[in-house]
Design a protein around this ligand. Structure first.
Ligand code: FMN
Length: 356
């Protein structure tokens, strides 16, 4: 299995949904970083389940305990290990899934590949693992903040309900349960998720993200381009199914004369008049905002009756009774932000190896 991500600032995650604990080890974290535990816990709370009627009712406190790599509240440069205990593992909910392959979940492929599977809560394939990414992302964000780099992810679409670009107020993201920066759109999205949930169904959506304050020169062509690292990070998140950056797939219908970003001189700096490129050209940041979108599919576990097969190759009907998210988007928002922070810090550190 591949459980490590990053080159200089890299982490390994461990743990399963219903095991004793999940956790991680961060290697390559710069020394002398003051760890703000309230900030880290606050980041965790944004992803924590059981916060609203829009997410799974599972209640996990998600409190983080750091085990190593810290002295006088500062990082020492040694491996930073941390653990998050699982205290809400209602494994009996999953006994019915023991021999059953949930449609579009990871049950069948894990069973085929490993010949053994921790079926409780999805085991290693569960999005419980994303709590680890949020801790690592919080540490990365603390370091990026010192460089005036800030990252904002938000819900921009649920089903066919779309946030219009003129109603984006980034200070509004966490003022509603959907994590959409426009409260009126958020309300429509919330009502839609509740309606879908009442039908025993699920729905997908889009998380948008903007990274502000990245200087020009970050990104390692050819194979570690900024956008290729972001894509790898985003598509490693559970249920993420598509990634585009800048104007993305919309560029298919734009002419060069319409989408080329003209260079201009502004306050003694080279800037671009437009930003169709999403702040990255040739795999390297150009100093403009970096923005991208991640598409998430509908949650595979639903309480509606579905046809599937069991591990004895018998056709069966499945009606899931576990506690699941009717829409993963509100809880995916902080995970997207965390992975963007991890990639950005790693590339920032790597860029310091280019020149002497
Ligand atoms: C934050 C978050 C929460 C999720 N919650 C659930 C859930 O409650 N039930 C479920 O079946 N899948 C959930 N998923 C999605 C599954 O983890 C995912 O679909 C599964 O591991 C199969 O992987 P794939 O969809 O990437 O192919 C969640 C994903 C995220 C990002």
């Amino acid at each position: 299995m591949s459980n490590t991500f990053g080159t200089i600032f890299r982490f390994t995650s461990f743990g399963e949904s219903h095991g004793t604990a999940i956790g991680g080890v961060i290697d390559g974290c710069p020394s002398n970083v003051s760890l703000d535990y309230d900030f880290i816990q606050n980041e965790m709370n944004k992803r924590r389940p059981g916060q609203s009627l829009l997410t799974t009712p599972r209640q996990e406190s998600d409190s983080v305990e750091f085990l190593s790599g810290i002295f006088d509240n500062k990082t020492t440069g040694a491996p930073l290990a941390f653990i998050i205990h699982n205290n809400q593992a209602a494994s009996q909910d999953y006994v019915a899934l023991k021999n059953c392959f949930r449609p579009s979940h990871a049950d069948f492929t894990y069973q085929q590949k490993y010949g053994i599977r921790d079926y409780r809560g999805g085991g290693r394939s569960s999005a419980r693992e994303t709590a680890v990414r949020v801790v690592v992302g919080a540490v990365a964000k603390l370091i990026l903040a010192q460089k005036n780099i800030a990252i904002y992810a938000y819900t921009s679409q649920i089903g066919s309900i779309r946030l219009t670009s003129n109603s984006v107020d980034l200070s509004n993201i966490y003022t509603n349960d959907v994590h959409c920066p426009d409260n009126a759109t958020a309300e429509q999205m919330a009502n839609y998720i509740k309606h879908i949930n009442a039908e025993g169904d699920s729905i997908g959506g889009i998380v948008s993200c903007v990274i502000k304050g990245v200087p020009s020169g970050i990104g390692e062509p050819i194979y570690n381009k900024y956008e290729s690292q972001l894509a790898a990070a985003m598509l490693s998140i559970n249920a993420a199914k598509g990634f585009d950056f800048g104007s993305g797939f919309e560029q298919v219908s734009l002419k060069g004369s319409e989408m080329n970003d003209a260079f201009i001189c502004h306050n003694d700096k080279v800037r671009t008049a437009t930003n169709f490129s999403g702040g990255i050209q040739g795999g390297i940041s150009n100093g403009e905002d970096i923005y991208f979108r991640v598409v998430f599919k509908a949650t595979p576990t639903i309480s509606k009756l579905q046809k599937t097969v069991d591990s004895n190759m018998h056709a069966i009907e499945l009606q899931a009774h576990g506690r699941h998210d009717p829409c993963v988007i509100p809880r995916a928002v902080p995970v997207v932000e965390a992975m963007a922070a991890i990639v950005t810090l790693d590339l920032l550190l790597l860029s310091q190896t280019n020149k002497i």
